[in-house]
Design a protein around this ligand. Structure first.
Ligand code: FUL
Length: 481
């Protein structure tokens, strides 16, 4: 009896496994992200900190000739930065370890323009060390901005500089534990008579890869992630994470900004957009500037995270070496506003049907229900030859919706090219609500508020069978200012 039960259970398990095996998951489509790029994109929001001599001189681009003594924060406390970042829902902090003026926030032995030559903490201070410890304690990741353009380095403009820069990278990336993102700025403001440096990008990238194999490398053209093409906090309404990178370099050799903004459909490489924008008008702290309002920050959020991009929000520490109260309060309000807008997902209570489900409508592995569970790795997918399915949500009670959130399961690539959303009106007729192009990691659409019993998503165009792991509907919120 006992044995028979065992055999029955075993054969049932075998049948189940065999059943699952019969319907293979969709093949990845086109250029796809590495696991590091997926983890990076799932961070959604990170904090950028521009800090250095410019904080004390009121400049945005230092000359490189500022005396080191000018860098002298009176109360620097990186754990305060980390607390603010954590409370604001950020996953990491990227610090300007070296901006264009060449000043290094750590005692870089390959430079004489660093914290070690300053009077701050008698030359024994190290901002990278402090920040790496503070991030670890707060459960945040640390990233570094190290500008290739250097207005201080004596060798800048000669081939030798590439070697100095490699050593600088090695030093910054080798001392402070894990670095999740390396930020390479493409700016070079030398002007027509200025020094010309031919950067050895392959050398720089391979140095980062060697020392920090899991770091995502930012530049205009990646390889890990790309500049979004503006500093206003706006990714393209159409935003592909794929980009044709062949023949392009960061800086002057990069693709046009509207290409960076929108990516390339069927692009050769997975280089998702990162939206870098400052909470204040400038990147560095200036006494007479003030942070953006919550409403402005929410718009930036919807135009970046909500358009398949990561948001890198700059919050500059002041001359004390602290994030001003004005900014930290604003950030926390911003984070609370996001939480409250997305607190109640009306899709959770819907009955969901699909015009097609991979392997048949009873195949739980690819069921439409997977778009409302909290497991990132479960998804609704269609059969390989079905590119234009409809996903319908029916509610027991009327719901009022004005925000729609969709996510594609990006480990399998970016597939959807166009979709629209419809709702049933009082006469039980389908009416158009909104139409859009790409989805990618996350798409958020704000619409007029509609009160309805049913909403459907119609995929109009896709490069391969669609794979969605999340759909959410949210109602109107109090306006924020
Ligand atoms: C630009 C730089 O020139 C700015 O100073 C700032 O660092 C910004 C994030 O990138 O290219």
């Amino acid at each position: 009896m006992h044995n028979r039960l065992k055999i029955t259970t075993l054969s049932f398990c075998f049948l189940l496994l065999a059943g699952c095996k019969a319907v293979a998951p969709p093949e990845p489509f086109g250029a796809c992200p590495t696991p590091q790029q997926v983890a990076w994109q799932r961070m959604e929001m990170n904090m950028f900190c521009h800090f250095g001599p410019n904080t004390f001189t009121d400049l945005e681009w230092g000359e490189g000739t500022e005396p080191e003594s000018i860098f002298n924060p009176t109360a620097l406390d990186c754990s305060q930065w980390a607390d603010v970042a954590r409370q604001a829902g950020m996953g990491g902090i990227i610090i300007t370890a070296k901006h264009h003026d060449g000043f290094c926030l750590w005692p870089n032995p390959y430079s004489t323009h660093t914290v070690a030559q300053s009077s701050w903490r008698d030359g024994r201070g190290d901002v990278l060390r402090d920040l790496s410890i503070a991030c670890k304690i707060a459960g945040l990741k640390m990233g570094v901005y190290i500008s290739p353009w250097d207005r201080n380095a004596p060798t800048y403009g000669t081939p030798e500089y590439n070697e100095t820069f490699r050593q600088t990278l090695c030093d910054a990336l080798g001392r402070y534990g894990s670095v999740f993102e390396q930020w390479f700025d493409g700016a070079n403001g030398e002007g027509p008579n200025g020094k010309k440096q031919i950067y050895d990008w392959p050398l720089f990238n391979s140095t980062v890869a060697e020392l920090q194999p899991s770091a995502v490398i930012f530049s205009d053209v990646g390889p890990g992630c790309r500049w979004v093409g503006n500093e206003e906090g706006k990714a393209g309404k159409t935003c592909w994470s794929t980009l044709n990178t062949e023949g392009f370099t960061p800086g002057a050799g990069s693709p046009k900004t509207d290409i960076l903004n929108q990516g390339n459909k069927n692009g050769s490489h997975w280089v998702p957009a990162e939206t870098d924008v400052s909470i204040r008008p400038g990147w560095f702290y200036h006494e007479n500037e003030h942070p953006k309002s919550v409403a402005e920050l929410l718009e930036i959020y919807c135009n970046s995270v909500g358009r398949n991009s990561l948001l890198l929000l700059n919050v500059p520490p002041d001359r004390r070496g602290l994030i001003p109260a004005e900014d930290s309060v604003r950030l926390v309000e911003f984070c609370r506003a996001i939480d409250s807008i997305f607190a109640t997902d009306l899709a959770q209570k819907a009955k969901i049907t699909a015009s097609n489900t991979r392997g048949g409508e009873h195949n739980a592995k690819y069921s439409p229900k997977n778009v409302i569970d909290t497991n990132y790795h479960t998804y609704w997918a269609t059969d390989d030859n079905v590119y234009t399915p409809t996903l319908t949500f029916m509610f027991d009670k009327m719901v009022t919706v004005n925000k729609i959130m969709l996510q594609e399961y990006i480990p399998l690539g970016q597939r959807v090219e166009a979709f629209r959303v419809e709702y049933k009106d009082d006469d039980d007729e389908w009416k158009p609500l909104v139409s859009a192009t790409t989805i990618g990691y996350k798409r958020i659409l704000t619409t007029k508020a509609v009160t309805t019993t049913s909403i459907r998503i119609i995929i109009d165009n896709a490069l391969a069978c669609p794979v969605l792991n999340r759909v959410g509907f949210f109602g109107p919120e109090q306006p924020f200012d």
